[in-house]
Design a protein around this ligand. Sequence first.
Ligand SMILES: Cc1cc2nc3c(=O)[nH]c(=O)nc-3n(C[C@H](O)[C@H](O)[C@H](O)COP(=O)(O)OP(=O)(O)OC[C@H]3O[C@@H](n4cnc5c(N)ncnc54)[C@H](O)[C@@H]3O)c2cc1C
Length: 412
Amino acid sequence: MPRQNWAGNVRYAARRFHRPTAVDELRRLVADSERIRAVGSGHSFNRLGDSRGDLVTLAGLPPEITIDRDRRTVTVAAGLRYGDVATRLHAEGYALANLASLPHISVAGAIATGTHGSGVANGNLATAVAALELVTADGELLRVDRDTDGDTFAGMVVSLGALGVVTRVTLDLLPAFDVRQYVQLDLPRAQVDAALGSAYSVSLFTDWRSPRIGQVWRKQRAEQPAPPPGWLGTTAADTPRHPVPGMPAENCTAQLGASGPWHERLPHFRLGFTPSSGDELQSEYHVPRAVAAEALAALDPVAHLIAPVLQICELRTVAADQLWLSPNHGRDSLAIHFTWIDDADAVLPVLAAVEERLAPFGPRPHWGKVFGMAPAEVAATYPRHADFAALLTRLDPTGTFRTDLLDHHFPR
Ligand SMILES: Cc1cc2nc3c(=O)[nH]c(=O)nc-3n(C[C@H](O)[C@H](O)[C@H](O)COP(=O)(O)OP(=O)(O)OC[C@H]3O[C@@H](n4cnc5c(N)ncnc54)[C@H](O)[C@@H]3O)c2cc1C
């Protein structure tokens, strides 16, 4: 098990690392631990999941994938990667509504932070969760279901990993579908909203060096017509692209309108490509989609600071939901994502400037990425923040799953 996150900017402080091979072994481990925390595939960029006690990976548990055709759900071992689940689902004629840009991310880790893809009608990945099973601080196995546990369930899905070790996740299914991906170049800023709402899942990429948006990645249902010539003032890319200009496109999912299965088009990157470690940092802020144009305009005065430390900025949309700690709670959202260069000293002052400019729009930072907003500012954007704090105290009274960053945002 790696001793650091994927990006290498967090070296885990944990004293011991565990890899149980059965849920009962995990239950004993948790019950006997003063401090323990689950780690997924390590794709977060901050210390939210880092424990001073022990870390446990679920990678050794049986890789269960059980489809319930009547309920149209699948129950999966929580440590599995989305890409592996998706491949199996597609073979059985099913799909998930959406996926993140990288298929290598674990299911439990993704839903714990409200990880999302794009699409004005698509909720984040946690909104597909119908039930959860987790090992709580006392070593008991707790199952919560959307249909029977109502509001509490809504508090437990985007959990920040703080309520227990999630062992199984039940996800809603759709019939499998095909997608075509088109890349369009040089979108005028005035067309951002129209572009984002134009297809099933749309991502815009900008380097903040030009008033136009460099690339539009349009992932459309295969039956939808191709964008016509001159669509929204863009030109069609005639070769495959990488989101970062100049980077090789062979690791990216198929483009140029080639029809293919949902799980081979909705992510930006192919499952078969192995991203060993990333020379990058990431930050992301969700603002209400209704103020998207104003929020982007507010960043214009700091574009000259952003551009030199940026690899690429991605704009996506996420539909509103009711999950207490979801960055999309109660708000249709624009997600403004920054892939920075791997130089924290250079990036952090720029991040502070970005946060200051976005502050009037009630930004909610991605829980798994680098951010510096004060806890009170973050809390103020979440109407159910205090309810989550109470849930934390009830389910984990002795702080078994607490970490320093969690304490910072949810003081005891
Ligand atoms: C290249 C790259 C691309 C990305 N693309 C996207 C994207 O498209 N959209 C997006 O929103 N984010 C994206 N992210 C961010 C990423 O999805 C989140 O940081 C996510 O939380 C990482 O999941 P993980 O499995 O790697 O978990 P980790 O980073 O290992 O852990 C994340 C959190 O989940 C908790 N956790 C993990 N497993 C469990 C468990 N079994 N039970 C309870 N808690 C658990 C941990 O304690 C921790 O708090 C990307 C990151 C990278 C590096």
